[in-house]
Design a protein around this ligand. Structure first.
Ligand SMILES: *[C@@H]1O[C@H](CO)[C@@H](O)[C@H](O)[C@H]1NC(C)=O
Ligand SMILES: *[C@@H]1O[C@H](CO)[C@@H](O)[C@H](O)[C@H]1NC(C)=O
Ligand SMILES: *[C@@H]1O[C@H](CO)[C@@H](O)[C@H](O)[C@H]1NC(C)=O
Length: 439
């Protein structure tokens, strides 16, 4: 099936919205994926974020500034993942007949994915979130007061930022037209990417333990259903990921989705939960420090003071009002999942109550990558004026983030002063961790 043309589809939906002024956007704005929600939720970082349409500023507060940090939309597998997927599916060539009726769909299935780039569904997600951002924050912008947009210069990130800008402009009826994104090189100092800490470890030894725990059962079943394939444990997460990649690209459920059951999907999700936790998250000694640069930029914007940072910031960019303007009302930054995880960990939010076990997933854990960094996920820091006091709250994919770090109650609101105080790890440039990236 040919992918839908995202702009055409969304323009139709947008017109509907502008005319009717309210209601049922959710059924209109992104194509439905015809699979059980619990399956889609288990795709980890390949789960698409669906913005909630309900949005309210807390009573007795007014909003004065918004900082959006957003992951690019849905994409093809990365180069590395593409190699691993192709290695796994080439084993199907050795299969003469399938013994398992659930695998019948594979007979006539072909691999049609590209690599690295955004897919049309991902463009729609970015457009949609720009559209929604205008709806929420139109009071902060005008023809002259424009959002300031930056993107890490990876192609999928840049195209996401561009689609977001288009969605924003479209929702404003063409009146508020943000400038093209400021691009930040992924080969230089960059607070929207995670490649600047050479000594940071990788999570592979951790995920390998879980892979050897959960995958043998599934490999054995697949090999019985597809004699001759000889899938290994390492093939399993890659084959399961095809359900997400193939479905989102073709915009219809992939035959790969029917080969695995709920337990398979949940166990594979844990593979990615571990991957992020021990990759740049709380489980990686040099993970959080890679989020410090962004937080120092955020603090600069929130307080209207110049950036103070000795980690990943580009000092040339951040010291010029053209490339790092203060006193704007709406900022949008486009980034990657691993960097966003580092930022959460540097900030001290969303921390699991205990480290993730390698062989024994806690079914009630809150560290779920599908929740933390799905495709097009966003972390939005809102500066509020509540009863005359400068305050903030943070939304992760539209849910209010509990901010115990600065003493927030159930409304998630902290005073700006307490929030700044809570960010001592960032304000102290990682308290010695940044130096450890190099020595
Ligand atoms: C197999 O796929 C081709 C190309 O998509 C299609 O034309 C054909 O009808 C399919 N055959 C079966 C048996 O599904
Ligand atoms: C900083 O940004 C400027 C402007 O984009 C660029 O020319 C320069 O190479 C960057 N420096 C580093 C170290 O990233
Ligand atoms: C890039 O970051 C490094 C490490 O913090 C720093 O030494 C260097 O001065 C930075 N360069 C620029 C242009 O900001």
């Amino acid at each position: 099936m040919a992918p839908l043309n995202p702009l055409r589809v969304l323009t139709t939906a947008a017109s509907f919205l502008l005319v009717s002024g309210h209601v049922q956007q959710e059924t209109f704005r992104l194509p439905r994926i015809d699979l059980p929600h619990e399956i889609i939720r288990s795709w980890a970082q390949y789960t698409p974020a669906f913005p909630l349409q309900s949005y309210q500023i807390p009573e007795s507060c007014s909003i004065t500034q918004v900082n959006i940090l957003q992951r690019h939309g849905a994409r093809f597998p990365t180069t590395g993942a593409t190699k691993r997927i192709l290695a796994a599916i080439s084993k199907l060539d050795n299969v003469l007949t399938f013994n398992d009726a659930k695998m019948a769909g594979l007979k006539n299935w072909t691999y049609e994915l590209g690599s690295n780039d955004l897919i049309p569904f991902g463009e729609m997600q970015a457009f949609e979130s720009g559209f929604e951002a205008f709806r929420r924050y139109s009071s902060l912008v005008s023809e002259e007061i424009l959002p300031f947009v930056r993107a890490s210069d990876g192609k999928r990130v840049v195209v996401s930022a561009e689609n977001w800008i288009n969605g924003f402009a479209e929702a404003s009826g063409g009146i508020v037209n943000p400038a093209p994104p400021l691009l930040i090189s992924e080969s230089g100092n960059n607070t929207l990417d995670d490649k600047m800490c050479p000594n940071a470890g990788d999570p592979d030894s951790k995920t390998a333990v879980w892979q050897e725990t959960f995958a043998p059962r599934i490999a054995q079943r697949l090999n019985a259903g597809a004699p001759g394939a000889k899938f290994t444990n390492a093939d399993i997460p890659n084959l399961i990921s095809l359900c997400a990649f193939d479905t989102l690209y073709k915009q219809e459920p992939s035959p790969w989705c029917y080969i695995f059951d709920k337990q398979d999907f949940e166990e594979s999700e844990y593979f990615y939960d571990l991957d992020k936790y021990y990759g740049t998250g709380y489980g990686q000694p040099l993970g959080p420090v890679q989020g410090v640069g962004y937080i120092n930029e955020l603090l600069a914007r929130l307080t209207g003071q110049p950036v103070s940072d000795e980690t990943q910031t580009n000092r040339t960019l951040d010291s010029s009002p053209d490339t790092f303007p203060l006193h704007r009302t709406l900022y949008a930054d486009f980034s990657h999942d691993n960097e966003m995880i580092a930022i959460y960990a540097a900030m001290g939010i969303l921390k699991p109550s205990s480290p993730l076990e390698l062989t024994d997933p806690d079914p009630d854990r809150t560290w779920l990558v599908s929740h933390l960094v799905p495709f097009a996920s966003s972390l939005v820091t809102e500066r509020l004026l509540c009863g005359g006091v400068q305050s903030i709250r943070i939304l992760l994919n539209d849910g209010v983030v509990p901010l115990s770090i600065c003493g927030a109650g159930s409304d998630g609101i902290c005073t700006l002063k307490e929030f700044v105080k809570s960010q001592s790890y960032a304000r102290n440039n990682g308290e010695g961790d940044w130096e450890k990236c190099f020595v």
